[in-house]
Design a protein. Structure first.
Length: 64
């Protein structure tokens, strides 16, 4: 079972990196929208944020 736990930890770490990258991209989309004069959240930022949330949920499912 310890091999499975280590495997889950590795996967969780990779997912954490993906979640961070999604957050960075969402912030970039938001920043670009603000610079372009948008007054609301852009669709791209919303999708990226939803994807990040889904990845974070997957990370929690892998917790011991």
């Amino acid at each position: 079972m310890q091999g499975m736990t280590r495997s889950n930890e590795d996967l969780r770490e990779r997912l954490a990196g993906i979640a961070e990258e999604l957050a960075d991209r969402a912030m970039l989309a938001l920043r670009e929208a603000i610079e372009a004069g948008a007054t609301g959240r852009p669709d791209e930022e919303r999708r990226l944020t939803r994807a990040r949330t889904a990845v974070e949920k997957a990370m929690h499912l892998l917790d011991d």
